[in-house]
Design a protein around this ligand. Structure first.
Ligand code: NAD
Length: 408
């Protein structure tokens, strides 16, 4: 890996550019973020003291439209991280042919150590500091790590107060009552599901004969596991930060989800009643899960899980990146040599930004869609763009050839 995350991202850009014809001017432009803002956000704490948190907003490129990207609240947030995430958002929006450029934002903070009121003051303070940098037709915010619909609601409200007008289009991922879109919560998993279905429709192996291991059982991983299970795939392993479970004959995902949600830990699934007694399974580590001999491996937890150190142990023939950046660039050569097909995060997890785009469109028109409309349009978009970027697009099924699924 290079010295900085942005330099590492640029290494991958250089490699991808070997396969396309693009002017030197455009390459030069894409190598640098258009604008990076560093701010200091003063927050009055509950005990009366004042603390100042560092924050950032980066607009990487706006040649395709207003920039779009999430806001992350995390202790490790740095300008380098925000710039590299804004870089990836630029390409994600382009891959999905959305009329957006890429952006990202963040605050260096441990949000778990703040009270709810402190979190609200921080969220509003962040928007106060970047208000001149963002806008419905300029730069649009969204949730990311440790930010959610409630925080997006505060941010949209603060921006509306500053502008003296209701401005729902400046933030996506809002609560439904404040102009959010139906289907946004499940969009990332649903989008990944459509990509997998679309790719797998060209394989001779049926879903029932296809084994899948999923690392990460949170919002994206657990909903995707459920969708794949109901479509007949054999989910043989899942894991969370505590470890994983493996059953060669396949796991009963609805039971695993139920137990995980009631206990908040996958660990509770290991040896308590239903799954434990009904399915013969093994407890495995996250390292074991990545190395399982499965047809499809889905990293849906954290970045840099597959690196030069463990790439040699990967046995799956297909990897669908649901997490952002789960494969370090240092692993690329080994995976290529092993002929493992990798479907990248900028396509596979782009369902989230696609439904964010739908939310922005609904906010601008003031006309709100049904859940069926949202999922139908998402399926069309994901299938079309998957087909376009595959090597043999003529072999891909059309959206109408795939089964429709409206609920996770
Ligand atoms: P989440 O916090 O809901 O879930 C993360 C899961 O990963 C949890 O089950 C957690 O226990 C597990 N995990 C944490 N550390 C782990 C470790 N060391 N090994 C194995 N598992 C571990 O997060 P999420 O929203 O599901 O996001 C997961 C990934 O998908 C992230 O990379 C995120 O950037 C990406 N993503 C999510 C969305 C979305 O809309 N949720 C959109 C695009 C990309």
């Amino acid at each position: 890996m290079s010295d900085t995350l942005l330099a590492d991202a640029n290494l991958r850009l250089e490699k991808a550019l070997r396969d396309v014809t693009i002017s030197q001017d455009a390459i030069e432009r894409l190598t640098h973020p258009k604008a990076s803002l560093s701010i200091a956000i003063p927050v009055r704490m509950d005990d009366g003291s004042l603390r100042v948190f560092p924050g950032y907003r980066v607009r990487y490129d706006d040649s395709r439209g207003p920039t779009k990207g999430g806001v992350r609240f995390h202790p490790n947030v740095s300008i380098d991280e925000v710039q590299s995430l804004a870089f990836w958002m630029t390409f994600k929006c382009a891959v999905l042919n959305l009329p957006f450029g890429g952006a990202k934002g963040g605050v260096t903070v441990n949000p778990k150590a703040l009270s709810k009121l402190e979190l609200e003051r921080l969220s509003r303070g962040y928007v106060d500091a970047i208000a001149d940098f963002i806008g419905t037709d300029v730069d649009i915010l969204a949730p990311d790590v440790y930010t959610n619909a409630m925080i997006m609601g505060w941010m949209m409200d603060e921006y509306s107060i500053i502008r003296r007008q209701f401005s729902p289009g400046v933030v996506t991922g809002k609560p439904i009552a404040m102009g959010g879109s139906l289907g946004r919560e499940t969009a990332t998993a649903m989008g990944a599901f459509f990509v997998i279905q679309s790719v797998w429709a060209q394989q001779t192996r049926s879903p029932g004969e296809t084994s899948i291991a999923i690392q990460g059982f949170g919002n994206a991983g657990a909903i995707l596991a459920d969708l794949l299970f109901h479509a007949g795939y054999k989910i043989v392993a899942v894991s969370d930060s505590q470890g994983g479970i493996y059953a060669k004959q396949g796991l009963d995902i609805p039971s695993v989800r139920h137990l995980k949600e009631s206990s908040r830990k996958l660990k509770a699934v290991y040896c308590e009643d239903s799954v434990c007694s009904s399915v013969d399974h093994q407890v495995i580590t996250n390292a074991d899960l990545l190395a399982l001999d499965v047809d499809i491996l889905i990293p849906a937890a954290l970045e840099n899980q597959i690196t030069a150190e463990n790439a040699d142990r990967i046995q799956a023939n297909h990897i669908f990146e649901v997490a952002n950046g789960p494969i370090a660039s240092s692993a690329d050569t080994t995976l290529e040599a092993k002929n493992i097909q990798v479907f990248p995060d900028i396509l596979v997890n782009a369902g989230g930004v696609t439904v964010s785009y739908f939310e922005w469109v609904q906010n601008r028109s003031g006309f709100y869609w049904t859940l069926e409309d949202v999922n139908d349009r998402l399926q069309t978009k994901m299938v079309e763009e998957t087909a376009k970027i595959q090597r043999s697009p003529k072999n891909s099924p059309s959206p109408s050839e795939l089964p429709r699924m409206f609920t996770p």
